[in-house]
Design a protein around this ligand. Structure first.
Ligand SMILES: N[C@@H](CCC(=O)N[C@@H](CS)C(=O)NCC(=O)O)C(=O)O
Length: 214
């Protein structure tokens, strides 16, 4: 679904946050962008200027041609549709599009609340919780990434960047139980050159705005 539109993108970014996934996505897309990097502790997300762009006051935030877009999944769909390679972004009439959309939404709607359930010990009936349960999410996720391929089989898509980042992050910080299928998938997805480029930027910005001393 990519168009001839030229990107005019700014990524509002803070190191050691969920903004990393938008950075990785931009590096994977290979589009030009400017990085508006800041230390979250400076309070910028609470300013009226920032809230005018994202009323929730969170990063990542992308501004393209003066138009703000926030929420990781929405950013990925927006940038992919406009600037992604057709192979990496199934078009609206592509038979792979429904699965692509499902995985894009699975991250925010199912994985993220499941991680919180595990971390905070929430007791919720699986039939009531929109994400089912951590156990059900884990079963679905591990079967989807079993094997040597990607979420859509042989075809690498931007859904692998978004979901792959949550797998890598979840394993690193214990939100996901260790599992060889997840570890192999995380290794495959983080072997992309775009991940190394994004991580180099993340590390540079983290050094500019170091974490508070313990
Ligand atoms: N639902 C948002 C979550 C983003 C989010 O939680 N960002 C955190 C950093 S990891 C943030 O900006 N926190 C700043 C604050 O709330 O003041 C997304 O998926 O993009």
């Amino acid at each position: 679904m990519s168009t001839d539109r030229k990107p005019d993108i700014a990524l509002h970014f803070a190191p050691r946050t969920r903004s990393f996934v938008a950075l990785w996505l931009l590096e994977e897309l290979g589009v030009p962008y400017t990085l508006e990097s800041f230390d979250l502790r400076g309070g910028r997300p609470t300013t009226p200027e920032f809230r005018a762009l994202n009323p929730l006051g969170k990063v990542p935030l992308v501004v393209d041609h003066g138009r703000p877009i926030s929420e990781t999944g929405a950013i990925a769909l927006y940038l992919g549709d406009l600037y992604g390679a057709p192979e990496a972004v199934p078009a609206a009439d592509d038979p792979d599009r429904p699965a692509y959309l499902r995985w894009m939404f699975f991250v925010g709607n199912v994985m993220e609340p499941s991680f919180c359930q595990k971390m905070f010990g929430w007791e919720v009936a699986p039939s009531t919780a929109g994400w089912g349960s951590y156990a059900r999410m884990f079963e679905v996720l591990t079967s989807a990434v079993d094997g040597d391929g990607w979420l859509l089989g042989e075809r690498f898509t931007l859904a692998d960047v978004i979901l792959g980042n949550y797998v890598r992050f979840g394993l690193q910080f214990g939100m996901l139980d260790a599992d060889p299928r997840l570890e192999r998938y995380a290794a495959r997805v983080t072997a992309r050159p775009s991940f190394a480029r994004a991580m180099a930027i993340e590390e540079r910005e983290s050094a500019r705005f170091p974490p508070a001393a313990a």
